[in-house]
Design a protein around this ligand. Sequence first.
Ligand SMILES: Nc1nc2c(ncn2[C@@H]2O[C@H](COP(=O)(O)OP(=O)(O)O[C@H]3O[C@H](CO)[C@@H](O)[C@H](O)[C@@H]3O)[C@@H](O)[C@H]2O)c(=O)[nH]1
Length: 318
Amino acid sequence: MRVLITGANGFVGPYVLDALRRICGHEIAVAATSKDGGPHPAFGQVEVLDVTDATAVQDAVARHRPTHVIHLAAVAALGAAQADPRNTWRIHVGGALNLANAILDKAPDCWLIHVGSGLVYGESAKTGRPLDENTLLAPIDDYAVTKAAADLALGALSRQGLKCVRMRPFNHTGPGQTEAFAVPAFAMQIARIEAGLAQPVIRVGNLDARRDFLDVRDIANAYARAVLTSRDLAPNTIFNIASGVSWRMGDILDLLLARSSAKIVTEQEPLRLRPSDLPCIVGDATRARTLLGWAPDHPFEDTLAAVLEDCRARVAQA
Ligand SMILES: Nc1nc2c(ncn2[C@@H]2O[C@H](COP(=O)(O)OP(=O)(O)O[C@H]3O[C@H](CO)[C@@H](O)[C@H](O)[C@@H]3O)[C@@H](O)[C@H]2O)c(=O)[nH]1
């Protein structure tokens, strides 16, 4: 198997490499690409590939002749996606279409494993029920609507022969994630306070939101299992990757604070509040469990402990 990964040098890429090696075997050939490229501790070297450049994408697919593309390249943080919607459309929708068309032209047997988002269900989450893959897509912001548009476009292209797996991962975290996301945003502030680098005040956004969280390794395992089992999948299959449990953000913060001996007070910062924030999201991943043979196996409390340790190490190194 030859796997081409886009956006490989982001948060999830190294975890996917590790999962591919564990689940698909060490003989798997991995081509790591990203917009910037350059040396990378896990991949050795990452090749430059801007997914918005249709010609470059055609060239990369023709050269590597991948059996699978795992498309991670994205504007992953909602704030960044919202700040430049035109760019978000270009990357999420243009990037996915460039890859799909290059595969249809140059490597028609290749599977495109598209990393969408559980946020595509948007308003549909308001029922409070776990969201399965048949739930109406009702995205509420630029991030989610562009992920939904790309996901739907690939579904339509499957009618022209594209073999795609449309992944809809729910929230995930782990060591290495940036402070643009809630868990490392909380943990980095705790680490800075513990190191005496900040006042003992942690600034937060909406703590009443409830999100379905997984360890990033469980998410990466699902992508690798899609590669491994692709020959048994229908050529256009959608998978939610979720735990089925929703965590209140305030409870996540409390678990992190319980791991610190520092006396810390919490303060809401208006800038961290979103114009629209879904109150509760929880996913139903029954299909992934059944067809991919996937199940999460990292307790979330352990993941939180690992994120806090990683943040302490990052602060100590800074
Ligand atoms: N980022 C951030 N979020 C905060 C904060 N305080 C509270 N929150 C709340 O914490 C929740 C989670 O926010 P994020 O960690 O930023 O994740 P997200 O916006 O839900 O999106 C993540 O999950 C999606 C799948 O469900 C992914 O598609 C997306 O890329 C990202 O990983 C949101 O309800 C947000 O309002 C804070 O200081 N920072």
